[in-house]
Design a protein around this ligand. Structure first.
Ligand code: BG6
Length: 477
């Protein structure tokens, strides 16, 4: 592999997590319940997140709720941040749990204990010169807003989010410059409960509530960008997209057209609104064809135009290969499609495609010409702790090496990049499966799927490897 100095000076190497997957302390510090708190581990979670009749009651006798404890970052953040610093992190992507700040979401005054917790976390990061990169909403909507307001379907939620954003911008204005509005905003198309805060009711139209909820999120995002710029003039506020390049299974023009349409909807619809400040033309046709009539009120379109983001962040795990006659039926990997014969897959069936990252970065940069920040990427895998306590995660090193190399190639292609924060830099609870044993970390956490373990932290082989990557600014992979 060629070793060059491709990464710009000041490139933000680091790692990424989300509050609900690592903090624990779910009922401490006056925190209110949020969606992840009521998601049990195991297969039952599929039913819970799709059943509109469930009232999200916690039944601890019956189920295990892995996110109640997370990996106990709430109490161990100092130890964990010290380990990030030991690796040489320049940045740490994390999220604020909205329900720590506004336990129900609709209060007028914030919860001081929640605010103080993040003050402590940011201070600890800054002590080591680690730049916090903060997501305002990472699948963490307060449960009260889901149950009483119907999630993002309800326009009132925009005001609550605006209040939340204003409180945290004011409170942390001297500590946090990089902000992301909604994690993987386009994922609301796949799992509406996590992204949009509701499960579609049986009698409801398939499309209308979803796209109305997106409209409200776009307004909330635009308001947050505007507020952030006012309150923190040197802030950088980005959108966050779950990006999966879509490949045509073959060169039949119908299939090429099909994947173009799929990519437009999944990869570009949200980004176009947040980056360009307006709905893309292809959505007008889609809205017409599906009888969607958005309630767009006076001033909404001007607000979108004024609330354009400064940069684009993305998660990249896999590509998708598809063709028309497949019609979304195939199970190529997590994002659907078909098996790509050229790619291997992870233990969870996610296809491994480093070139897909280079393609994604080029596609996004060509389209928007804004700096890009890869804020999630990584390999979820089973790890084995050897008798002497070591963990030889060479498969993870190989995955990351190839993806970092692909990112370096994209930079050589001309793409402007801010940084790279691989997902789950410390093992944490999986968002998709609720498992602990789907591990991404450089740091191992002694905890199993049922919640047994000492929570002890251990450095994996990849810890030392990544430390050197950062030290050499990506020269030595
Ligand atoms: C992203 C999410 O979709 O993928 C994270 O933003 C998530 O929250 C990550 O953890 C990996 O997915 P999973 O299902 O392996 O945890």
């Amino acid at each position: 592999m060629t070793q060059t100095t491709r990464f710009p000076e000041g490139f933000l190497w680091g790692g990424a997590t989300a509050a609900n997957q690592l903090e624990g302390g779910f009922n401490e510090g006056n925190k209110g319940l949020n969606i992840p708190d009521v998601m049990p581990g195991g297969k039952i979670r599929h039913t819970v997140r799709q059943d509109p009749s469930l009232d999200f009651t916690i039944d601890q006798e019956k189920y295990h709720y892995p996110k109640h404890q997370g990996i106990d970052f709430y109490h161990r953040y100092k130890e964990d941040i010290a380990l990030f610093a030991e690796m040489g992190f320049k940045a740490y992507r994390m999220s604020i749990a909205w329900s720590r700040i506004f336990p129900n979401g609709d209060e007028l005054e914030p919860n001081e204990e929640g605010l103080a917790f993040y003050d402590n976390v940011f201070d600890e990061l800054l002590k080591y010169d680690i730049e916090p990169v903060v997501t305002l909403s990472h699948y963490e909507m307060p449960l009260h807003l889901v149950k009483e307001y119907g999630g993002w379907r309800n326009r009132e939620v925009v005001t609550f989010f605006e209040r939340y954003a204003s409180v945290v911008f004011n409170r942390y204005k001297d500590k946090v410059k990089y902000w992301l509005t909604f994690n993987e905003i386009n994922s609301g198309l796949r799992i509406p409960l996590y992204g949009l805060g509701f499960v579609r009711r049986k009698e409801e139209d398939k499309y209308q509530p979803t796209f109305q909820a997106f409209h409200h999120q776009f307004l909330a995002s635009a308001l947050a960008v505007q507020l952030g710029h006012e309150i923190i003039p040197d802030s950088q506020i980005g959108c966050m997209l779950l990006y999966t390049p879509v490949y045509a299974y073959d060169c039949h023009p119908e299939n090429v057209m099909y994947v173009l349409e799929e990519a437009r909807m999944f990869n570009y619809f949200c980004g176009d609104v947040q980056v360009r400040g307006k709905y893309p033309s292809f959505m007008n046709k889609y809205f017409k064809e599906n009888n969607i009539e958005l309630d767009i009120q006076d001033g909404d379109l001007e607000l979108l135009e004024k609330g354009k983001v400064d940069f684009i962040s993305l998660s990249y795990y896999m590509s998708r290969t598809d063709r028309k006659e497949n019609e979304g039926a195939g199970e190529g990997n997590m994002v659907g499609g078909m098996k790509n014969p050229y790619l291997k897959a992870s233990d969870w069936g996610w296809e491994i495609d480093p070139t897909g990252l280079r393609i994604s970065l080029n596609e996004l940069y060509d389209r928007y010409e804004l700096p890009l920040f890869v804020v999630e990427n990584g390999l979820g895998a089973y790890d084995k702790v050897e008798g002497d306590g070591t963990i030889h995660d060479d498969y993870r090193i190989e995955y990351l090496r190839e993806h970092i190399d692909a990112m370096g190639q994209a930079i050589e292609d001309g793409v402007e990049m801010i940084g790279y924060t691989p997902w789950g830099c410390i093992d944490l609870v999986s968002a998709g499966t609720g498992e602990m044993e789907k591990r991404y970390g450089f740091i191992h956490v002694d905890l199993d799927n049922e919640g047994n373990g000492t929570l002890e932290r251990k450095r994996k082989k990849s810890f030392y490897w990544y430390k050197n990557v950062i030290k050499t600014n990506g020269e030595e992979l």
